[in-house]
Write a protein that binds this ligand. Structure first.
Ligand code: 5AD
Ligand code: SF4
Length: 485
Protein backbone atom coordinates (compact mmCIF):
# COMPACT_ATOMS: atom_id res chain seq x y z
CA UNK A 1 0.00 0.00 0.00
CA UNK A 2 1.19 3.47 -0.79
CA UNK A 3 1.35 5.71 2.23
CA UNK A 4 0.56 9.39 1.96
CA UNK A 5 3.95 10.69 2.99
CA UNK A 6 4.72 14.17 4.32
CA UNK A 7 4.80 16.94 1.77
CA UNK A 8 7.95 18.48 0.35
CA UNK A 9 7.86 21.71 2.32
CA UNK A 10 6.12 20.70 5.49
CA UNK A 11 5.64 24.17 6.92
CA UNK A 12 4.52 24.97 10.42
CA UNK A 13 1.10 26.59 10.52
CA UNK A 14 2.22 29.94 11.79
CA UNK A 15 3.42 31.68 8.62
CA UNK A 16 1.87 35.17 8.58
CA UNK A 17 1.07 35.20 4.86
CA UNK A 18 -1.59 37.90 4.75
CA UNK A 19 -2.77 40.03 1.85
CA UNK A 20 0.24 42.39 2.25
CA UNK A 21 2.81 39.74 1.41
CA UNK A 22 0.65 38.59 -1.53
CA UNK A 23 0.60 42.20 -2.85
CA UNK A 24 4.36 42.43 -2.44
CA UNK A 25 4.93 39.26 -4.51
CA UNK A 26 2.44 40.46 -7.13
CA UNK A 27 4.39 43.73 -7.48
CA UNK A 28 7.66 41.82 -8.02
CA UNK A 29 6.03 39.38 -10.46
CA UNK A 30 4.39 42.23 -12.45
CA UNK A 31 7.80 43.83 -12.95
CA UNK A 32 9.22 40.57 -14.38
CA UNK A 33 6.13 40.02 -16.54
CA UNK A 34 6.37 43.61 -17.83
CA UNK A 35 10.01 43.08 -18.90
CA UNK A 36 9.22 39.80 -20.66
CA UNK A 37 6.23 41.38 -22.31
CA UNK A 38 8.35 44.30 -23.59
CA UNK A 39 10.93 41.87 -24.96
CA UNK A 40 8.19 39.91 -26.73
CA UNK A 41 6.50 43.07 -28.03
CA UNK A 42 3.06 41.90 -26.89
CA UNK A 43 1.00 41.23 -23.78
CA UNK A 44 1.64 37.87 -22.15
CA UNK A 45 -1.29 35.53 -21.60
CA UNK A 46 -2.49 32.83 -19.20
CA UNK A 47 -4.89 29.91 -19.16
CA UNK A 48 -6.13 27.98 -16.12
CA UNK A 49 -7.53 24.51 -16.80
CA UNK A 50 -9.71 23.17 -14.02
CA UNK A 51 -10.53 19.55 -13.20
CA UNK A 52 -12.92 18.35 -10.50
CA UNK A 53 -15.25 20.01 -8.07
CA UNK A 54 -16.63 23.47 -7.20
CA UNK A 55 -13.82 23.96 -4.68
CA UNK A 56 -11.31 23.68 -7.50
CA UNK A 57 -13.40 25.97 -9.69
CA UNK A 58 -13.25 28.60 -6.95
CA UNK A 59 -9.49 28.10 -6.44
CA UNK A 60 -9.05 28.57 -10.19
CA UNK A 61 -10.80 31.94 -9.97
CA UNK A 62 -8.17 32.91 -7.38
CA UNK A 63 -5.33 31.67 -9.62
CA UNK A 64 -6.76 33.72 -12.51
CA UNK A 65 -7.12 36.75 -10.22
CA UNK A 66 -3.47 36.56 -9.19
CA UNK A 67 -2.28 36.05 -12.78
CA UNK A 68 -4.27 39.06 -14.01
CA UNK A 69 -2.86 41.24 -11.25
CA UNK A 70 0.62 40.10 -12.32
CA UNK A 71 -0.14 41.51 -15.78
CA UNK A 72 -1.16 38.46 -17.79
CA UNK A 73 -4.26 38.56 -19.99
CA UNK A 74 -6.70 35.67 -20.42
CA UNK A 75 -6.14 33.39 -23.42
CA UNK A 76 -8.98 31.06 -24.37
CA UNK A 77 -6.71 28.54 -26.12
CA UNK A 78 -4.68 26.60 -23.57
CA UNK A 79 -1.95 25.74 -26.09
CA UNK A 80 -1.33 29.38 -27.04
CA UNK A 81 -0.99 30.79 -23.52
CA UNK A 82 2.34 31.89 -22.00
CA UNK A 83 1.39 30.51 -18.59
CA UNK A 84 -0.78 27.43 -18.26
CA UNK A 85 -1.87 26.23 -14.82
CA UNK A 86 -3.55 22.84 -14.34
CA UNK A 87 -5.72 22.72 -11.24
CA UNK A 88 -6.10 18.97 -10.74
CA UNK A 89 -8.46 16.50 -9.06
CA UNK A 90 -7.53 13.13 -7.62
CA UNK A 91 -10.81 11.82 -6.19
CA UNK A 92 -10.86 8.98 -8.74
CA UNK A 93 -7.92 7.36 -10.47
CA UNK A 94 -9.29 7.67 -14.03
CA UNK A 95 -9.08 11.47 -13.70
CA UNK A 96 -5.39 11.11 -12.78
CA UNK A 97 -4.67 8.94 -15.80
CA UNK A 98 -6.51 11.32 -18.14
CA UNK A 99 -4.55 14.23 -16.71
CA UNK A 100 -1.18 12.53 -17.19
CA UNK A 101 -2.11 11.82 -20.82
CA UNK A 102 -3.02 15.46 -21.29
CA UNK A 103 0.15 16.71 -19.62
CA UNK A 104 2.26 14.50 -21.90
CA UNK A 105 0.79 16.14 -24.98
CA UNK A 106 1.48 19.67 -23.73
CA UNK A 107 5.20 18.79 -23.38
CA UNK A 108 5.52 18.74 -27.17
CA UNK A 109 3.96 22.22 -27.36
CA UNK A 110 6.33 23.59 -24.75
CA UNK A 111 9.41 22.28 -26.55
CA UNK A 112 8.54 24.63 -29.42
CA UNK A 113 7.91 27.63 -27.13
CA UNK A 114 10.80 28.23 -24.76
CA UNK A 115 9.26 30.98 -22.62
CA UNK A 116 6.13 29.01 -21.79
CA UNK A 117 5.49 28.30 -18.10
CA UNK A 118 3.55 25.24 -16.99
CA UNK A 119 2.21 24.85 -13.46
CA UNK A 120 0.41 21.96 -11.78
CA UNK A 121 -1.55 22.47 -8.58
CA UNK A 122 -4.59 21.06 -6.81
CA UNK A 123 -5.31 17.74 -5.16
CA UNK A 124 -3.08 15.58 -7.34
CA UNK A 125 0.06 17.47 -6.37
CA UNK A 126 -0.69 16.78 -2.68
CA UNK A 127 -0.32 13.05 -3.31
CA UNK A 128 3.27 11.91 -2.96
CA UNK A 129 3.30 9.26 -5.70
CA UNK A 130 1.52 11.46 -8.21
CA UNK A 131 3.74 14.40 -7.40
CA UNK A 132 6.90 12.32 -7.81
CA UNK A 133 5.60 11.15 -11.16
CA UNK A 134 5.06 14.76 -12.30
CA UNK A 135 8.54 15.81 -11.23
CA UNK A 136 10.23 12.74 -12.76
CA UNK A 137 8.26 12.00 -15.93
CA UNK A 138 7.31 15.54 -16.93
CA UNK A 139 10.52 17.55 -16.42
CA UNK A 140 9.15 20.44 -18.49
CA UNK A 141 6.71 21.36 -15.68
CA UNK A 142 7.97 24.62 -14.09
CA UNK A 143 5.85 24.96 -10.95
CA UNK A 144 4.19 22.34 -8.72
CA UNK A 145 2.14 23.61 -5.80
CA UNK A 146 -0.45 22.26 -3.40
CA UNK A 147 -4.01 22.95 -2.32
CA UNK A 148 -2.79 25.06 0.63
CA UNK A 149 -0.52 27.20 -1.57
CA UNK A 150 -2.91 28.71 -4.11
CA UNK A 151 -2.52 32.18 -2.56
CA UNK A 152 1.25 31.88 -3.12
CA UNK A 153 1.20 31.68 -6.92
CA UNK A 154 2.77 35.11 -7.44
CA UNK A 155 5.84 34.23 -5.34
CA UNK A 156 6.23 30.92 -7.22
CA UNK A 157 5.99 32.77 -10.52
CA UNK A 158 8.72 35.16 -9.40
CA UNK A 159 11.00 32.16 -8.80
CA UNK A 160 10.09 30.52 -12.12
CA UNK A 161 10.47 33.76 -14.11
CA UNK A 162 13.84 34.50 -12.50
CA UNK A 163 15.41 31.23 -13.63
CA UNK A 164 17.83 31.13 -16.53
CA UNK A 165 15.84 29.42 -19.34
CA UNK A 166 19.04 27.99 -20.85
CA UNK A 167 19.84 26.08 -17.65
CA UNK A 168 18.11 22.80 -16.93
CA UNK A 169 16.57 23.22 -13.51
CA UNK A 170 14.08 21.49 -11.25
CA UNK A 171 10.50 22.66 -10.93
CA UNK A 172 9.74 25.30 -8.31
CA UNK A 173 7.70 23.44 -5.68
CA UNK A 174 5.65 24.57 -2.71
CA UNK A 175 3.42 21.94 -1.17
CA UNK A 176 2.36 22.13 2.45
CA UNK A 177 1.15 18.97 4.06
CA UNK A 178 -1.50 20.88 5.98
CA UNK A 179 -2.29 24.24 7.48
CA UNK A 180 -4.74 25.89 9.80
CA UNK A 181 -4.13 29.22 8.16
CA UNK A 182 -6.88 30.87 6.11
CA UNK A 183 -5.61 33.54 3.76
CA UNK A 184 -8.16 36.32 3.17
CA UNK A 185 -8.24 38.90 0.35
CA UNK A 186 -6.69 36.80 -2.42
CA UNK A 187 -7.41 38.48 -5.79
CA UNK A 188 -10.23 36.76 -7.70
CA UNK A 189 -11.30 36.81 -11.34
CA UNK A 190 -14.85 35.47 -11.42
CA UNK A 191 -16.06 33.22 -14.23
CA UNK A 192 -19.54 34.77 -14.03
CA UNK A 193 -20.31 38.36 -13.13
CA UNK A 194 -23.69 37.54 -11.55
CA UNK A 195 -22.88 34.44 -9.48
CA UNK A 196 -20.01 33.31 -7.34
CA UNK A 197 -18.81 30.53 -5.09
CA UNK A 198 -17.82 31.55 -1.56
CA UNK A 199 -15.59 29.30 0.55
CA UNK A 200 -17.01 29.01 4.04
CA UNK A 201 -14.66 26.25 5.16
CA UNK A 202 -11.74 24.20 3.94
CA UNK A 203 -10.70 20.56 4.37
CA UNK A 204 -12.57 17.59 5.78
CA UNK A 205 -12.34 15.60 9.01
CA UNK A 206 -14.73 12.81 8.14
CA UNK A 207 -12.36 10.22 6.75
CA UNK A 208 -14.95 8.25 4.80
CA UNK A 209 -13.05 5.01 4.21
CA UNK A 210 -12.83 5.36 0.40
CA UNK A 211 -12.03 9.06 0.17
CA UNK A 212 -8.72 10.80 -0.40
CA UNK A 213 -10.03 14.33 0.21
CA UNK A 214 -9.09 14.55 3.93
CA UNK A 215 -5.51 13.66 2.96
CA UNK A 216 -5.19 16.18 0.14
CA UNK A 217 -7.33 19.04 1.47
CA UNK A 218 -6.24 18.80 5.08
CA UNK A 219 -8.09 19.27 8.38
CA UNK A 220 -11.43 21.03 8.50
CA UNK A 221 -11.29 24.76 9.27
CA UNK A 222 -14.08 27.34 9.04
CA UNK A 223 -13.76 30.96 7.99
CA UNK A 224 -15.00 33.59 10.42
CA UNK A 225 -18.61 34.57 9.68
CA UNK A 226 -17.59 38.23 9.60
CA UNK A 227 -15.13 37.58 6.75
CA UNK A 228 -17.70 35.53 4.83
CA UNK A 229 -20.40 38.20 5.13
CA UNK A 230 -17.92 40.94 4.18
CA UNK A 231 -17.01 39.01 1.03
CA UNK A 232 -20.67 38.43 0.12
CA UNK A 233 -21.48 42.13 0.60
CA UNK A 234 -18.61 43.04 -1.73
CA UNK A 235 -19.85 40.49 -4.28
CA UNK A 236 -23.35 41.92 -4.08
CA UNK A 237 -22.00 45.45 -4.61
CA UNK A 238 -20.24 44.06 -7.67
CA UNK A 239 -23.45 42.72 -9.24
CA UNK A 240 -23.58 39.16 -7.88
CA UNK A 241 -27.14 37.89 -7.26
CA UNK A 242 -26.43 34.22 -6.50
CA UNK A 243 -23.86 32.80 -4.07
CA UNK A 244 -22.88 29.18 -3.58
CA UNK A 245 -21.47 28.55 -0.11
CA UNK A 246 -18.71 25.98 -0.46
CA UNK A 247 -17.32 23.38 1.91
CA UNK A 248 -16.71 19.62 1.88
CA UNK A 249 -19.23 19.32 4.69
CA UNK A 250 -21.06 22.61 5.19
CA UNK A 251 -23.26 21.15 7.93
CA UNK A 252 -20.37 21.13 10.34
CA UNK A 253 -19.54 24.80 9.63
CA UNK A 254 -18.40 26.74 12.68
CA UNK A 255 -16.67 23.97 14.65
CA UNK A 256 -13.52 25.31 16.24
CA UNK A 257 -14.45 28.97 15.72
CA UNK A 258 -14.40 31.38 18.60
CA UNK A 259 -18.00 32.51 18.01
CA UNK A 260 -21.49 31.12 18.62
CA UNK A 261 -22.25 30.02 15.08
CA UNK A 262 -23.36 27.04 13.03
CA UNK A 263 -24.41 26.59 9.41
CA UNK A 264 -28.09 27.41 9.98
CA UNK A 265 -27.12 30.68 11.71
CA UNK A 266 -24.66 31.55 8.96
CA UNK A 267 -27.40 31.08 6.35
CA UNK A 268 -29.60 33.43 8.36
CA UNK A 269 -26.84 36.07 8.15
CA UNK A 270 -26.27 35.58 4.41
CA UNK A 271 -30.02 36.00 3.82
CA UNK A 272 -29.82 39.52 5.22
CA UNK A 273 -27.28 40.71 2.63
CA UNK A 274 -29.11 43.10 0.28
CA UNK A 275 -28.90 42.31 -3.41
CA UNK A 276 -28.30 38.56 -2.94
CA UNK A 277 -31.36 36.87 -4.37
CA UNK A 278 -30.35 33.22 -4.41
CA UNK A 279 -28.28 31.21 -1.93
CA UNK A 280 -26.98 27.72 -2.66
CA UNK A 281 -24.63 25.48 -0.72
CA UNK A 282 -22.55 22.39 -1.38
CA UNK A 283 -21.97 19.76 0.03
CA UNK A 284 -24.08 18.48 2.91
CA UNK A 285 -23.29 15.38 4.92
CA UNK A 286 -26.45 13.57 6.08
CA UNK A 287 -24.97 12.82 9.51
CA UNK A 288 -24.67 16.51 10.44
CA UNK A 289 -27.80 17.96 8.85
CA UNK A 290 -29.75 19.72 11.60
CA UNK A 291 -33.47 20.41 12.04
CA UNK A 292 -32.54 24.09 12.38
CA UNK A 293 -31.12 24.02 8.85
CA UNK A 294 -34.34 22.48 7.51
CA UNK A 295 -36.37 25.18 9.26
CA UNK A 296 -34.15 28.00 7.94
CA UNK A 297 -34.57 26.60 4.42
CA UNK A 298 -38.34 26.22 4.83
CA UNK A 299 -38.73 29.83 5.96
CA UNK A 300 -36.41 31.40 3.38
CA UNK A 301 -37.24 33.13 0.11
CA UNK A 302 -33.62 33.22 -0.94
CA UNK A 303 -32.24 29.76 -0.17
CA UNK A 304 -32.67 27.68 -3.29
CA UNK A 305 -35.02 24.70 -3.33
CA UNK A 306 -32.21 22.22 -3.76
CA UNK A 307 -30.11 20.05 -1.51
CA UNK A 308 -27.25 17.82 -2.60
CA UNK A 309 -27.10 15.03 -0.03
CA UNK A 310 -24.57 12.34 -0.93
CA UNK A 311 -25.94 8.86 -0.17
CA UNK A 312 -22.95 6.81 -1.44
CA UNK A 313 -24.72 3.51 -0.73
CA UNK A 314 -28.18 2.40 0.33
CA UNK A 315 -26.87 -0.56 2.31
CA UNK A 316 -26.47 0.01 6.06
CA UNK A 317 -23.72 -2.62 6.17
CA UNK A 318 -21.69 -0.84 3.46
CA UNK A 319 -22.42 2.59 4.98
CA UNK A 320 -20.96 1.39 8.26
CA UNK A 321 -17.83 0.16 6.54
CA UNK A 322 -17.62 3.48 4.70
CA UNK A 323 -17.65 5.32 8.06
CA UNK A 324 -20.66 7.40 7.01
CA UNK A 325 -22.47 7.36 10.40
CA UNK A 326 -26.02 6.84 9.13
CA UNK A 327 -28.16 3.87 8.11
CA UNK A 328 -30.38 3.29 5.09
CA UNK A 329 -33.47 3.98 7.20
CA UNK A 330 -32.04 7.18 8.73
CA UNK A 331 -31.22 8.54 5.28
CA UNK A 332 -34.71 7.80 3.92
CA UNK A 333 -36.28 9.40 7.00
CA UNK A 334 -34.07 12.51 6.70
CA UNK A 335 -34.79 13.01 2.99
CA UNK A 336 -38.52 12.55 3.71
CA UNK A 337 -38.38 15.16 6.48
CA UNK A 338 -36.66 17.66 4.18
CA UNK A 339 -39.21 17.10 1.41
CA UNK A 340 -42.09 17.44 3.83
CA UNK A 341 -40.86 20.74 5.31
CA UNK A 342 -39.38 22.46 2.24
CA UNK A 343 -41.97 22.78 -0.46
CA UNK A 344 -40.77 21.93 -4.00
CA UNK A 345 -37.21 21.04 -2.95
CA UNK A 346 -35.16 18.82 -5.21
CA UNK A 347 -32.90 16.26 -3.59
CA UNK A 348 -29.83 15.15 -5.52
CA UNK A 349 -27.09 12.77 -4.51
CA UNK A 350 -23.81 10.96 -5.16
CA UNK A 351 -23.83 7.16 -5.41
CA UNK A 352 -20.85 4.86 -5.59
CA UNK A 353 -20.87 1.32 -7.01
CA UNK A 354 -18.23 -1.38 -6.52
CA UNK A 355 -17.09 -0.65 -2.97
CA UNK A 356 -15.09 -3.57 -1.47
CA UNK A 357 -17.31 -6.43 -0.37
CA UNK A 358 -20.42 -5.05 -2.08
CA UNK A 359 -22.94 -7.72 -3.12
CA UNK A 360 -26.09 -7.82 -5.20
CA UNK A 361 -28.14 -7.45 -2.02
CA UNK A 362 -26.33 -4.17 -1.22
CA UNK A 363 -27.05 -2.85 -4.73
CA UNK A 364 -30.73 -3.82 -4.22
CA UNK A 365 -30.70 -1.63 -1.10
CA UNK A 366 -29.22 1.29 -3.05
CA UNK A 367 -31.89 0.90 -5.73
CA UNK A 368 -34.55 0.75 -3.02
CA UNK A 369 -33.35 4.09 -1.57
CA UNK A 370 -33.30 5.71 -5.04
CA UNK A 371 -36.92 4.66 -5.47
CA UNK A 372 -38.08 5.63 -1.97
CA UNK A 373 -36.36 9.04 -1.89
CA UNK A 374 -37.19 9.77 -5.55
CA UNK A 375 -33.92 11.57 -6.30
CA UNK A 376 -34.18 14.50 -8.72
CA UNK A 377 -30.67 13.76 -9.94
CA UNK A 378 -27.62 11.71 -9.02
CA UNK A 379 -23.96 11.51 -9.89
CA UNK A 380 -23.06 7.84 -10.10
CA UNK A 381 -19.45 6.76 -9.72
CA UNK A 382 -17.55 3.52 -9.95
CA UNK A 383 -15.53 3.03 -6.78
CA UNK A 384 -11.89 3.86 -7.36
CA UNK A 385 -9.18 2.50 -5.09
CA UNK A 386 -7.22 5.43 -3.61
CA UNK A 387 -3.82 4.63 -2.14
CA UNK A 388 -3.54 5.41 1.55
CA UNK A 389 -7.28 5.22 2.31
CA UNK A 390 -8.76 2.56 4.59
CA UNK A 391 -10.84 0.97 1.82
CA UNK A 392 -7.80 0.49 -0.43
CA UNK A 393 -6.46 -2.04 2.08
CA UNK A 394 -9.70 -4.05 2.25
CA UNK A 395 -9.31 -7.57 0.89
CA UNK A 396 -12.53 -8.17 -1.01
CA UNK A 397 -12.34 -5.79 -3.99
CA UNK A 398 -15.20 -6.71 -6.36
CA UNK A 399 -15.03 -7.96 -9.95
CA UNK A 400 -15.25 -5.65 -12.98
CA UNK A 401 -18.17 -7.68 -14.29
CA UNK A 402 -20.21 -7.16 -11.13
CA UNK A 403 -19.36 -3.46 -11.12
CA UNK A 404 -20.46 -2.96 -14.71
CA UNK A 405 -23.73 -4.80 -14.26
CA UNK A 406 -24.52 -3.01 -10.98
CA UNK A 407 -23.57 0.39 -12.35
CA UNK A 408 -25.96 -0.05 -15.29
CA UNK A 409 -28.78 -1.08 -12.93
CA UNK A 410 -28.21 1.91 -10.65
CA UNK A 411 -27.90 4.37 -13.53
CA UNK A 412 -31.10 3.12 -15.16
CA UNK A 413 -32.99 3.49 -11.88
CA UNK A 414 -31.63 7.01 -11.32
CA UNK A 415 -32.65 8.07 -14.82
CA UNK A 416 -36.17 6.65 -14.51
CA UNK A 417 -36.77 8.21 -11.10
CA UNK A 418 -35.31 11.65 -11.93
CA UNK A 419 -37.28 11.89 -15.19
CA UNK A 420 -40.43 11.04 -13.25
CA UNK A 421 -39.60 13.81 -10.76
CA UNK A 422 -38.83 16.40 -13.47
CA UNK A 423 -42.15 15.70 -15.23
CA UNK A 424 -44.01 16.78 -12.08
CA UNK A 425 -43.39 20.49 -12.75
CA UNK A 426 -43.77 20.42 -16.54
CA UNK A 427 -46.07 23.25 -17.67
CA UNK A 428 -45.47 25.44 -14.59
CA UNK A 429 -44.15 29.00 -14.66
CA UNK A 430 -41.02 29.36 -12.52
CA UNK A 431 -38.20 31.83 -12.02
CA UNK A 432 -34.97 31.16 -13.87
CA UNK A 433 -31.56 32.78 -13.46
CA UNK A 434 -30.20 33.11 -17.00
CA UNK A 435 -26.56 32.00 -17.11
CA UNK A 436 -25.39 31.75 -20.72
CA UNK A 437 -26.15 31.67 -24.41
CA UNK A 438 -26.99 28.07 -25.30
CA UNK A 439 -23.89 26.30 -26.64
CA UNK A 440 -25.69 24.42 -29.41
CA UNK A 441 -28.23 27.02 -30.48
CA UNK A 442 -27.34 30.74 -30.18
CA UNK A 443 -31.03 31.71 -30.37
CA UNK A 444 -31.57 30.07 -26.98
CA UNK A 445 -30.35 31.01 -23.53
CA UNK A 446 -29.67 28.57 -20.71
CA UNK A 447 -30.68 29.18 -17.12
CA UNK A 448 -31.27 27.43 -13.85
CA UNK A 449 -34.35 26.96 -11.72
CA UNK A 450 -34.14 27.39 -7.97
CA UNK A 451 -34.24 23.55 -7.79
CA UNK A 452 -31.06 23.48 -9.92
CA UNK A 453 -32.61 21.99 -13.08
CA UNK A 454 -31.63 23.54 -16.40
CA UNK A 455 -34.00 25.33 -18.80
CA UNK A 456 -33.29 26.40 -22.40
CA UNK A 457 -35.55 29.02 -23.95
CA UNK A 458 -35.51 31.66 -26.71
CA UNK A 459 -33.65 34.79 -25.64
CA UNK A 460 -30.49 36.86 -26.06
CA UNK A 461 -27.44 37.97 -24.12
CA UNK A 462 -29.27 40.94 -22.54
CA UNK A 463 -30.98 38.38 -20.28
CA UNK A 464 -27.75 36.96 -18.83
CA UNK A 465 -27.61 37.50 -15.07
CA UNK A 466 -31.35 38.31 -14.82
CA UNK A 467 -34.01 36.30 -13.03
CA UNK A 468 -37.04 35.90 -15.31
CA UNK A 469 -40.32 33.96 -15.32
CA UNK A 470 -40.28 31.03 -17.71
CA UNK A 471 -42.95 28.50 -18.63
CA UNK A 472 -41.51 24.97 -18.52
CA UNK A 473 -43.23 23.89 -21.73
CA UNK A 474 -41.57 20.56 -22.29
CA UNK A 475 -39.60 18.24 -20.00
CA UNK A 476 -36.73 16.43 -21.70
CA UNK A 477 -35.69 14.23 -18.80
CA UNK A 478 -33.11 16.21 -16.89
CA UNK A 479 -33.78 19.60 -18.55
CA UNK A 480 -36.68 21.65 -19.94
CA UNK A 481 -37.42 23.63 -23.06
CA UNK A 482 -39.31 26.73 -22.00
CA UNK A 483 -40.64 30.11 -23.04
CA UNK A 484 -40.21 33.45 -21.32
CA UNK A 485 -43.45 34.89 -19.93
N1 5AD B 1 -14.16 6.30 -5.78
C1 5AD B 1 -15.28 6.71 -6.42
N2 5AD B 1 -15.98 7.79 -6.08
C2 5AD B 1 -15.53 8.52 -5.04
N3 5AD B 1 -16.00 9.63 -4.47
C3 5AD B 1 -15.18 9.98 -3.45
N4 5AD B 1 -14.17 9.11 -3.37
C4 5AD B 1 -14.36 8.18 -4.33
C5 5AD B 1 -13.68 7.00 -4.73
N5 5AD B 1 -12.59 6.58 -4.09
C6 5AD B 1 -17.25 10.28 -4.89
C7 5AD B 1 -18.24 10.34 -3.72
C8 5AD B 1 -18.25 11.80 -3.39
C9 5AD B 1 -17.98 12.43 -4.73
C10 5AD B 1 -17.51 13.84 -4.67
O1 5AD B 1 -17.00 11.60 -5.29
O2 5AD B 1 -19.50 9.91 -4.19
O3 5AD B 1 -19.48 12.22 -2.83
FE1 SF4 C 1 -14.65 12.64 1.28
FE2 SF4 C 1 -16.44 11.90 3.15
FE3 SF4 C 1 -15.09 14.23 3.40
FE4 SF4 C 1 -16.95 13.98 1.50
S1 SF4 C 1 -17.32 13.87 3.73
S2 SF4 C 1 -14.90 14.87 1.26
S3 SF4 C 1 -16.74 11.83 0.91
S4 SF4 C 1 -14.21 12.16 3.45
Amino acid sequence: MNKIAPAINDKPNTEPAGSESIRECIRTASELVRKRSEAAGRKLSYHVTTFGCQMNARDSEKLSGILEECGYIYEEDELSADVVIYNTCTVRDNANQRFFGHLGSIGAVKRKRSGMIIGVCGCLSQEVTAREKILKSFPFVDIVFGTHNVFDLASLLVKALSRDPSEKSHAVTEIWDGTDMIVEDVPVKRNYRFKSGVNIMFGCDNFCSYCIVPYVRGRERSRRSEDIIEEIKRLSDDGVVEVMLLGQNVNSYGKGLDEDIDFAKLLGMVEKVDGIERIRFMTSHPKDLSDELIEVMAASDKICRHIHLPLQSGSSRILESMNRHYTKEQYIELAGRIRERVDGISVTTDIMVGYPGETEKDIDDTIDVIEKVGFDGAFTFIYSKRAGTKAAAMPDQVSDEFVKESFDRVLKKVQDVSTRQAKKIEGRIMDVLVEDINRQDPHLVTGRLSNNLTVHFPGDSSLIGKIVDVKLSSCKGFYYIGEKI
